[in-house]
Write a protein that binds this ligand. Structure first.
Ligand code: C2E
Ligand code: CA
Ligand code: CA
Length: 768
């Protein structure tokens, strides 16, 4: 039942909680209420049935009792009558009169089945059966049954009925009348009957009658005859019947009939009127319909509730989903879907905390080489595509238990739990470097990128998360500094470098602001063959207040990374310009960092600085490295052209170490190439340095460029370079970098001799 209701309401789809929390209680209350209602109705029905049956039972009993009394009263109407005495005394009797006034009349009027008139000898003188006069002989059928009653009324004091009446005052069907009549209930011819026997006496004294010789009037009324019909009609009792045995059918009740002496004669049985049942029949269907309507309404209500609950559940689910989404967003990178820094740091913490003995946790930091360039030239969508593709590839080589994160931009990090020492992270780094090499197809462009990786291992390098990340970052920095597209494992020495770098940055800032400790030294450049100074290279010098002399190779890279190279470079340019005004015969070379070119409109800025200082651009040489030329997007080519047009000479510094390609020399108009000092110093070391130098010289000459050799320390080197065809030389063989005063003195001495000055080997200035 419950199942079917649930099915109708399709509750099962709303989930067990809904059924449990709403449907069952509602159903319970509904069923309980309806059951209670039904029980009350049934109780009321039964009660009213019982009351009605009880009433009918009593009516029956009373009717049965009344019939005896009524019979007596009917008899009385004719038995106490002067005319009757007179008529019965005639001989012959007027039978017509007797029929019209006594026997037939009583039978017809009151339904007495049998009426007899007995004479003083108790012989019948008139007999009536069912309103018809019959032979007096008919009395003989009942004489035996009535004899004791007749004797009783004749005044026999030993009448058993009289005794019985006296003893059983409560006998229901016995009525004692006046002395002249007697009425009884008894079994007559096997039927229940009320019998009344009465002396016929005058009503007045006018008519004499013989005492002790009266006529007797006998009236019989059978209770199973017309009486039943009469009772039924009077009391609206249906189906009333008499039976000797008590055999009521279902729904029937019965009442016993006893004779005066208490013998059971039989039973009146009938189907009692059941008003409760009638009521039930009348209101039953209506009640059922009302109950059904209530149930339907409840069903509809539950359904509505279910819909609201479903909507609520949906809302809750949506909320949960958006919460999950929010949670995912909070811990994942939108672009790549990889864990973000917060989640990564959490995983790193866990990995380190749960590390088993002998296990190591590797932290790798990755950075795409030249990503900025791709982003700037192909646009951000291309950059995003590349990042996505890279993260996909990374996910393929990194194990499922390891965590990859995108820290931001093109920076990624990996946490790897290693059980086999360095072998695992080494192998992973190599795999990453190899997979990165495959070209990327980004928006129709084939792109090649590299990556640099910094690696650190816990617990060797510590267990603190931020410490590990910092050290991985340092290792990454080292990988980048050492040529990119490689991986470097963190060593404590790297940390010192980083510390040093931080100190340098802070103190260099102070030095620039206070103009204390910084100086410019000038290293002479000698014309080959003539051995005279043609120019000087301005080189930055820094005396730290506590650390003493700090090499340019230490502080220039820091200045480049921190942007301090811009003010520092300008300061050096100003110093060089001011100095050049004092040295009319020579040019002054100034080193320019690629970082300086990135500041807006660098060329015009250089030109205005030189003008301000009152220097001649034609005697200022600008040294740039090949990396400057690589920075195509900074408009370097244009800047160099503008500067060259303004009169500056452009020298390509450290030539041969970088990307050295003929293409660059064609694209960028330069005046000079400076062969890197590593080639000079490798001369005679069995390397190919000599061949390279020769090739560079002939290349430079072919393009009408001046070729300068750096780092010349020995006569042998000098002679080789001379023979190779170098135009100028620079190196400790001639001079270290000198102070402005020293250069001034040198140039002055040379002018005194009216020859160009050869400064071979003199070193009056401490240099790096
Ligand atoms: P560089 O531009 O190649 O400068 C030449 C470097 O070689 C100088 O080192 C110089 O002292 C050194 N040198 C000269 N002759 C010899 C030699 O015979 N043997 C050896 N071993 N070295 C020799 P320094 O002054 O330490 O400068 C190092 C680098 O620092 C420079 O290399 C340059 O790249 C950078 N630098 C120096 N001053 C400046 C500056 O004012 N601006 C910029 N942007 N960079 C500078
Ligand atoms: Ca230089
Ligand atoms: Ca150089």
């Amino acid at each position: 039942m419950l199942k079917s209701i649930l099915a109708v309401l399709s509750i099962h789809r709303a989930g067990p909680s809904f059924a449990r929390s709403v449907v069952l209680p509602v159903l319970f209350v509904a069923v309980a209420t309806l059951s209670l209602g039904a029980a009350s109705i049934l109780w009321a029905v039964n009660k009213s049935n019982d009351v009605s049956a009880e009433r009918q039972l009593r009516v029956m009993e009373r009717s049965i009792r009344a019939v005896v009394q009524e019979l007596a009263q009917e008899q009385e109407m004719v038995a106490i009558w002067d005319d009757a005495i007179v008529e019965l005394g005639k001989s012959p009797m007027d039978l017509k009169w007797i029929d019209a006034n006594i026997g037939v009349w009583l039978s017809r009027t009151f339904g007495q089945e049998e009426v007899y008139i007995l004479n003083d000898r108790d012989e019948p003188i008139n007999a009536v059966l069912d309103a018809t006069r019959v032979s007096n002989h008919e009395f003989e059928r009942v004489r035996a049954s009535l004899s004791s009653l007749i004797a009783g009324i004749r005044g026999a004091s030993d009448s058993p009925h009289k005794d019985h009446v006296a003893e059983n005052a409560e006998a229901p069907y016995l009525i004692t009348g006046k002395a002249v009549h007697d009425a009884h209930m008894l079994e007559l011819l096997g039927r229940p009957a009320a019998v009344s026997i009465m002396k016929i006496i005058p009503e007045s004294d006018a008519v004499p009658y013989p005492h002790d010789r009266e006529f007797l009037l006998v009236g019989i009324r059978y209770l199973d005859g017309s009486f039943i019909k009469q009772i039924s009609e009077q009391n609206l009792i249906e189906g009333l019947r008499f039976s000797v045995v008590n055999n009521p059918e279902s729904g029937e009740i019965s009442v016993p009939i006893r004779s005066d002496v208490g013998n059971l004669i039989g039973y009146f049985t009938w189907k009692p009127e059941l008003p409760g049942d009638r009521l039930l029949k009348a209101i039953g269907p209506v009640t059922a319909v009302v109950a059904a309507i209530i149930l339907l309404l409840l069903g509809a209500l539950v359904r509505r509730l279910k819909q609201s609950m479903s909507a609520l559940e949906r809302t809750v689910l949506e909320l949960k989903a958006s919460e999950a989404q929010a949670h995912h967003l909070a811990f994942h990178d939108v672009l790549t879907g990889l864990p973000n820094r917060a989640l990564f740091e959490d995983r790193l913490n866990h990995a380190v905390a749960r590390r088993q003995d002998g296990e190591q946790v590797a932290v790798m930091m990755l950075d795409l080489d030249r990503f900025k360039h791709i982003n700037d030239t192909l646009g951000h969508p291309a950059g995003d595509s590349l990042i996505r593709e890279f993260s996909v590839r990374l996910s393929k080589v990194v194990g499922g238990e390891d965590t990859i994160t995108r820290l931001g931009g093109d920076e990624f990090a990996i946490v790897q739990v290693c059980t086999a020492g360095m072998a695992e992270p080494d192998e992973l780094c190599k795999k990453i470097l190899a997979m990165v090499h495959e070209p990327y197809d980004i928006m129709g462009n084939q792109i090649f990128v590299g990556t640099s990786i910094g690696l650190v291992l816990a617990p060797d390098a510590g267990t603190d998360r931020s410490e590990l990340l910092r050290k991985a970052d340092i290792a990454l920095y080292r990988a980048k500094a050492e040529g990119r597209n490689c991986y470097r494992t963190f060593t404590p020495e790297m940390d010192e470098t980083v510390n040093m770098r931080r100190i340098i940055e802070e103190d260099l800032r102070i030095a620039l602001a206070t103009d204390e400790g910084l100086e410019v030294a000038y290293q002479p450049q000698i014309a080959v063959g003539g051995d005279f100074i043609v120019g000087v290279e301005a080189l930055a010098r820094w005396w730290h207040p506590t650390r003493g002399y700090i090499q340019p190779s230490q502080f220039i890279p820091v200045a480049e990374q921190t942007g301090l190279i811009v003010p520092l470079g300008e300061w050096i340019l100003r110093q060089a310009c001011l100095a050049s005004r004092r040295w009319p015969g020579v040019f002054v070379s100034v080193n320019l960092s690629p970082v300086q070119f990135r500041s807006g409109d660098f060329a015009s800025h250089v030109i205005s600085v030189v003008r301000e200082c009152g220097a001649d651009p034609r005697r200022i040489e600008l040294e740039v490295t090949e990396s400057v030329l690589l920075d195509e997007e900074c408009g370097t080519a244009d800047a160099l052209r503008v500067l060259r047009n303004a009169g500056f000479r452009i020298a390509l510094d450290d030539f041969g170490t970088g990307y050295s390609s003929l293409g660059y020399l064609h694209r960028f108009e330069v005046d000079k190439i400076k062969i890197d000092r590593s080639f000079t110093q490798n001369l005679g070391q069995g390397t190919k340095a000599a061949a390279v130098i020769k090739a560079i010289v002939s290349l430079g000459h072919a393009m009408s460029l001046t070729v300068t050799a750096e780092g010349v320390e020995t006569e042998i080197q000098k002679n080789f370079l001379h023979t190779a065809g170098c135009n100028e030389m620079q190196g400790y063989l001639f001079s270290k970098a000198l102070s402005q005063e020293q250069i001034t003195r040198l140039l002055f001495q040379a002018s005194l001799k009216e020859t160009q000055c050869y400064v071979g080997g003199t070193s009056a200035f401490k240099a790096g």
